[in-house]
Design a protein around this ligand. Structure first.
Ligand code: SF4
Length: 262
């Protein structure tokens, strides 16, 4: 039976909140339908940190198999490379994560922080945050650039802040079913999901067509001139906004268009 372990590092829990919005199938259906045993998840499991420690030790001593390791959040290397800004029962999480990565068949970085360092790695980056295998656009994270899990893949980067729930769940299914034949792009993201510009299919695209430019957050138009690079980003289509259901209120973006003179 495939197993799944979810560990949070320098995270805001946004990807977990997003994950809970997955639909068709949702997370629990996925675990049930694909017979995946959830070893531990910080928001879903009842086991205490001490019990998690037992699970980790069982994995590290090969008593328990780990099929998919999901990491949410940036890896905090500071201060001075010790990793002691982010600890679990007195040990630096960066070391625990590195050890678990070497035991897992597949490793998925859930969200931009885990994949590329994200917001915690923004200058001046006081905690020396990095991604699991990348830092920004360079393959220079916690793990070496040529690192591969025992399943033959590098860290699978599920970019997004937060990552899209259906992308996360579908990747778990793909890893369970396809394993190492999962195709990745040049940033190690699954090609099946990261193949369009975020602009394509955007429900706000028409505002751009009519040159209605956003002037502040919460208005139903679009940040084009201020986010030109953003709209050209290759990312999961922004059309299905499921990840916003819990994290934010979609309604604030849902002001009827007729209230605007185009
Ligand atoms: S990628 Fe975004 S949602 Fe995920 S932990 Fe980082 S800041 Fe939070």
């Amino acid at each position: 039976m495939p197993t799944l372990l979810w560990i949070q590092t320098g995270a805001c829990s946004g990807d977990t909140m997003s994950l809970l919005n997955a639909e068709n199938p949702d997370l629990l259906e996925t675990l049930e339908n694909y017979a995946i045993e959830l070893l531990w998840h910080p928001s879903l499991s009842l086991e205490s940190p001490l019990e998690l420690n037992t699970i980790i030790n069982q994995i590290l001593s090969d008593e328990k198999q780990l099929t998919i390791l999901c990491i949410e959040g940036a890896i905090l290397m500071g201060p001075k490379g010790t990793g002691m800004y982010d600890t679990f029962l007195g040990s630096a999480k960066k070391d625990i994560v590195a050890s678990l990565c070497d035991k897992a068949t597949f490793v998925a970085a859930m969200g931009t922080c885990a994949a590329f360092g994200g917001i915690p790695a923004a200058p001046p980056n006081p905690a020396t945050a990095v991604g699991l295998q990348w830092s920004g656009e360079r393959p220079k994270g916690l793990l070496k650039p040529d690192w591969h899990s025992s399943g033959g893949l590098p860290v699978i980067n599920i970019a997004g802040c937060p990552a899209h729930p259906n992308t996360m769940v579908q990747t778990l299914i793909d890893l369970t079913l396809l394993g190492k034949s999962l195709e990745l792009d040049d940033l190690n993201r699954p090609k099946d999901f990261y193949n369009t510009m975020v602009h394509q299919g955007c429900t706000r695209n028409e505002y751009h067509e009519y040159d209605v430019e956003e002037t502040s957050f919460g208005l139903p138009s679009i940040f084009v001139t201020s986010a030109m690079r953003n709209i050209m980003t290759i990312l999961v289509s922004s059309k299905p906004l499921n990840h916003l259901k819990v994290n934010f209120t979609v309604k604030q973006f849902n002001i009827p268009r007729k209230s605007y003179k185009l």
